[in-house]
Ligand binder design. Sequence first.
Ligand code: ZN
Ligand code: ZN
Ligand code: ZN
Ligand code: ZN
Ligand code: ZN
Length: 249
Amino acid sequence: MKTGLLYGIVASSKTRVRCVFCGVYIPKASKCIEQHTNGAKHKENIELMNENGICLLEDILHCKPCKQDLSEDESVTKHIESEDHANWMAAMDDLVDGEFITLDAYLSCEKDDVFCEVCNSSVNCSLLSIEEHVNHINHRANITERLKPLNGIFPVDNDDEVWCKVCDAYIDNTVQSILSHIDDDEQHMEWFSEIEDLIENQDVSIESFLTIEHENFAYCNKCHVEVICNSLTIESHVNSDAHLNQFGL
Ligand SMILES: [Zn+2]
Ligand SMILES: [Zn+2]
Ligand SMILES: [Zn+2]
Ligand SMILES: [Zn+2]
Ligand SMILES: [Zn+2]
């Protein structure tokens, strides 16, 4: 019989046990307990704990984002639907979007901090400290360095400017103007959305084009051919018979 904390089943009274994850009481019979722990709801609650920063301490559930213990009859599902919890998760998702900050280890209760990949450092997991971190000039500068090779942006002889290969345009070499070019420049964003649409699921790579200054080609990993990296030629390549045949269509 599967009892014990690993399965979330703890003693409650002579006749009943309690499932910590689901916040329910179950008759103290192996058959009932087995049925419960094999149930979809029970498994879903365990999965949701790992995605929501809820950990099991002794025999109580603790929510790290809310800094709060769940009451005995509160299931994981019920808690994450609560307003405070849902608001925290939504605000956090917004804050870390595009910032190269990973929450996974925090949410699965492996770590108490979150990790910023571009700064290679841990950050205390509160909305306030993460907001401070992402707005800090060092973080913005590290983000810029990370985004340059993904955006075809290269240094030029004079240090005052950088060159955007995609737009064939010169940009002031400051964190702010580079980020605003990447995030707000219409031509730049259009180029990426067009090309990304075309190569999605087509196994065509534009990485060398973006990271090597004088590379003019995208590469089709299916056909092993180079394709001039613009939307016209890529579009005609991904629709060519030769390419479609590689996919067995
Ligand atoms: Zn359960
Ligand atoms: Zn919570
Ligand atoms: Zn950072
Ligand atoms: Zn550009
Ligand atoms: Zn191809």
